[in-house]
Design a protein around this ligand. Structure first.
Ligand SMILES: [Zn+2]
Ligand SMILES: [Zn+2]
Length: 342
């Protein structure tokens, strides 16, 4: 079968590889839609250490069951599915505490084992969720990033009407706009450097979309809040200046949620955190939010379709990932369609 194989920094060609087979407890999914994640793009650049070659990336995907392994009950070839990509052990202290997203033995499909930038992918049957008939393959591929944003907002204490500042209008930042709205945020502010992404943020319900190249987000948020700052900030970029901004934008005593995950280390104004008594939390992945993301999409409570800006066959994957890495392509969510773009 054909797959995009990450072979080293800036190298991810389309290759012919052996098709996976379903072992006991496993299924093979024929991939219909696989979203390109920022973490894959950064992994492709070889700078984050989050992807080790050789690897087929791709962890945001939907498809149909092409094979069902021995011992798998209640699943049949042809089932429409979306796959929860976190591989967890079920036995460590955190799994047993109901927090599999921070499993001590956590791995991920498309992160540590071969993923969905391929015609087919092998996954444990326990990770399958039915994709409702009402949802398209592309919406199915958006479940994973939506679950990430839901988890980040779930973990952020918010009262009805609170002002929330979101740093970064990539897929996760934009989905966090939708999630913050669902949770009852009052004013939602988004900052980014891309006019195109800021326009999308407005379309998705941001009250104020700030181009940080043209306007100081800290001054703008202070103006908006009578000098106080936002009740909560959500950092969805993961590099030094954005992390610093997440602290500067929040009011004294406020809540700071870090979801961006790019630079391994960034400098932090520690005294400001201490003396203004800021609460900083890291968030990773999702738990029950995965199933909720499917239901919210099915029920029409969130519309992720405006984020999907490009559909492409697998062959175009290498050039698209390259252009996203280089910054010459400013599409929010690119979705690969291994069976072709219908
Ligand atoms: Zn992702
Ligand atoms: Zn575990």
């Amino acid at each position: 079968m054909r797959a995009l194989v990450y072979e080293g920094a800036w190298r991810m060609p389309l290759r012919d590889v052996a098709a996976p087979e379903a072992g006991p407890g496993e299924v093979v999914v024929q991939v219909e839609a696989a979203g390109i994640c920022g973490s894959d793009v950064h992994g492709f650049m070889g700078t984050t250490g989050r992807r080790t070659p050789p690897l087929v990336m791709g962890h945001e995907f939907s498809g149909t069951l092409a094979a069902v392994g021995p011992g798998v009950a209640g699943r049949a070839v042809g089932d429409r599915v979306v796959v929860q990509p976190l591989l967890t052990c079920g036995e460590c202290a955190n799994c047993r505490a109901g927090l599999p997203n921070i499993c001590l033995n956590r791995r991920g499909i498309g992160m540590n084992v071969d993923g969905a930038y391929a015609e087919t992918v092998r996954v444990p049957a326990s990770l399958l969720y039915p994709l409702p008939e009402e949802l398209t393959w592309e919406q199915g591929a958006m479940v994973e990033p939506l679950a990430v944003a839901l988890h980040a907002v779930n973990k952020t204490p918010l009262a009805l009407g609170d002002t929330v500042a979101i740093i970064g209008a990539g897929p996760i930042g934009l989905l966090a706009v939708l999630a913050a709205r669902l949770k009852g945020a009052g004013t939602v502010v988004v900052s980014d450097l891309s006019p195109h992404r800021l326009e999308l943020a407005r379309q998705l319900g941001a009250d104020l979309a700030i181009n940080a190249r043209e306007q100081d987000p800290v001054a703008a948020v202070r103006d908006l809040t009578g000098g106080a700052g936002a009740h909560a900030t959500i950092e969805a970029v993961g590099v030094g200046p954005a992390v610093k901004q997440s602290l500067a934008l929040v009011r004294t005593g406020g809540q700071v949620t870090w979801i961006g995950n790019s630079a391994p280390e960034v400098p932090v104004p520690m005294q400001e955190v201490v003396t203004r008594e800021l609460t900083i939390r890291g968030v990773y992945g999702f738990n029950e939010e995965f199933g909720r993301a499917i239901e919210l999409l099915r029920a029409g409570r969130v519309d992720v379709r405006p984020l999907i800006e490009r559909l492409a066959p697998l062959e175009e994957g290498p050039a698209l990932v390259h252009d996203l890495a280089e910054g010459s392509l400013d599409a929010v969510k690119v979705i690969l369609k291994p069976r072709g773009v219908a």
